[in-house]
Design a protein around this ligand. Structure first.
Ligand SMILES: [Zn+2]
Length: 113
């Protein structure tokens, strides 16, 4: 059974739109991660460092997005199995408020700490 206090179709909708958002962000930023090599001869040392820093940040952002995408897939799979909203640690229901704050949390507040 999924979480009894949640409107599951709303949760699915939220997860789907989050997935679309992350996928679009990931596609539109993919250019930012590949520019350093191209610009290396054209720009000075400082701006090259800026570019590399920007690239590192873009890479970290992308990793964050990919992780979130995997968690979305996981959350949708748990909904399919009827386990959404259950703490993976103790099996209790995660509070509705906590799930509304972040629909991807896997643990209740007690187990998360
Ligand atoms: Zn727990």
């Amino acid at each position: 059974m999924n979480h009894p206090e949640l409107d599951m179709s709303a949760v699915v909708e939220r997860l789907e739109s989050l997935r679309v958002e992350l996928t679009e962000e990931s596609q539109s930023s993919s250019g930012a991660r590949d520019t350093v090599m191209l610009d290396q001869t054209a720009v000075g040392r400082l701006s090259r460092m800026d570019a590399m820093q920007g690239q590192a940040m873009a890479k970290a952002e992308e990793e964050r997005r990919q992780l979130a995408l995997r968690r979305i897939t996981g959350a949708l799979a748990r909904i399919e199995k009827g386990e959404y909203g259950e703490c993976i640690e103790c099996g209790e229901w995660i509070s509705k408020k906590r799930l509304e704050w972040d629909p991807l949390v896997l643990k209740c507040i007690d187990c998360a700490e």
